[in-house]
Design a protein around this ligand. Structure first.
Ligand SMILES: *[C@@H]1O[C@H](CO)[C@@H](O)[C@H](O)[C@H]1NC(C)=O
Ligand SMILES: *[C@@H]1O[C@H](CO)[C@@H](O)[C@H](O)[C@H]1NC(C)=O
Ligand SMILES: *[C@@H]1O[C@H](CO)[C@@H](O)[C@H](O)[C@H]1NC(C)=O
Ligand SMILES: *[C@@H]1O[C@H](CO)[C@@H](O)[C@H](O)[C@H]1NC(C)=O
Length: 313
């Protein structure tokens, strides 16, 4: 009886070993680096890794991470996973030291299908420079009401104090509607949904954000760049469950369906789940044999015990 018990135990143990939850922790095959920036879910560099809404988005070239959307390519300065934000840089973005005209800047406009995943932060100000009087920006605002305003204490009145404006020969005139459009108009992304310089008929733009809750004094102290909030749209459960079972989060060739990559197989749930979508599970035979053996030994053990069968039912 003791030996039978030991055999049963060892086979049960074998069966456990064969189930994926007890498999060795798999290295996350999707995590990578570009320069000193960690690329992790929902982002990825390899197709099939990460969240499908973030596919074909990041490219690493000579240790420089680039973010590519319909309005252009931006250098990624930082990915803040805790706050779910990206800091982007556009070489044609005007700063306090340099104003770039000629409509060369990217602005910020995202593909329609990707839009739910990205939004410049609420404290990011876009300052549109040299927009024509016919710009959609100034239409539909009768009288002196302009859409221009201060965002998080940052706006054009302060921006005009930058040395770059002296180089342009900027005269300190008020932004009074009627005497022509203002040279600079500050807006929040929320207000217009796409910073498209050609559509808005603007010569250039600047973008600044404030990270600290305290107000930074003067435009010389602002952070210039585009701060973008990202989210996977409340779809975090899938990846959390996948990673908890040692998998790496990805998606299928359709570019839509999420997959959990478990090394030897892919699952539509997680690495503990039975719903593998591809590849044969090599341990299924071991599993079946062990299962049969466990049942057999239990049956042998309880042979003659008439109440056992009833108890099992
Ligand atoms: C990456 O390196 C650059 C300088 O090479 C530094 O300015 C930046 O803060 C670093 N970023 C991170 C996330 O460590
Ligand atoms: C799992 O899915 C990824 C991404 O679609 C694919 O590259 C990989 O080959 C798949 N692995 C298996 C074992 O089917
Ligand atoms: C910007 O607007 C122009 C003109 O309306 C349009 O042709 C172009 O596709 C837009 N660009 C983006 C990135 O949306
Ligand atoms: C923006 O703030 C400045 C002071 O920093 C103020 O002079 C100006 O009137 C404000 N502009 C708007 C449009 O509220």
């Amino acid at each position: 009886m003791t030996s039978l018990f030991l055999i049963t135990l060892s086979f049960s143990f074998l069966a456990l070993l064969a189930t994926p939850s007890f498999a060795t922790i798999r290295a996350n095959s999707c995590r990578s680096y570009c320069g000193n920036i960690t690329i992790d879910y929902p982002f990825a560099l390899d197709y099939g890794c990460g969240h499908p809404g973030f596919r074909d988005l990041l490219f690493c070239m000579n240790d420089v991470l680039m973010f590519h959307i319909s309005s252009g390519s931006y250098r990624v300065l930082d990915i803040d996973y805790a706050y779910q934000a990206l800091t982007l840089h556009d070489p044609h973005l005007s700063t306090c030291d340099n104003i770039v005209l000629g409509g060369k800047g990217n602005g910020f406009a995202i593909e329609h299908w990707r839009a739910p995943y990205f939004n410049p932060t609420a404290d990011n100000v876009f300052m549109l420079i040299g927009c024509s009087a016919q710009s959609p920006l100034f239409q539909g605002f009768p009288g002196k009401h302009l859409p221009c305003r201060n965002i998080s204490g940052m706006g054009c009145e302060d921006y005009y104090d930058c040395p770059a404006w002296n180089l342009l020969g900027h005269k300190k005139v008020g932004s009074v509607y009627g005497s022509g459009p203002p040279e600079c108009c500050a807006v929040a992304f929320e207000a217009i949904k796409a910073i498209n310089l050609s559509k808005l008929e603007c010569e250039g733009y600047s973008s600044a954000y404030s990270l600290a809750p305290l107000r930074v004094d003067g435009p010389g102290g602002w952070s210039y760049g585009i701060r973008v909030k990202y989210s996977v749209q409340g779809n975090e459960e899938f990846c959390r469950a996948c990673e908890a079972t040692g998998g790496a989060c990805g998606f299928g060739t359709d570019g839509v369906k999420q997959l959990c990559m478990c090394g030897s197989f892919n699952s539509t749930k997680n690495c503990d789940s039975e719903s593998s979508t591809s590849s044969k599970r090599t341990w299924s035979l071991v599993d079946a044999l062990a299962g049969i053996f466990v049942c057999m030994s239990m049956w042998i053990q309880h042979e003659g015990d008439s109440t056992w069968l009833i108890n099992m039912m």
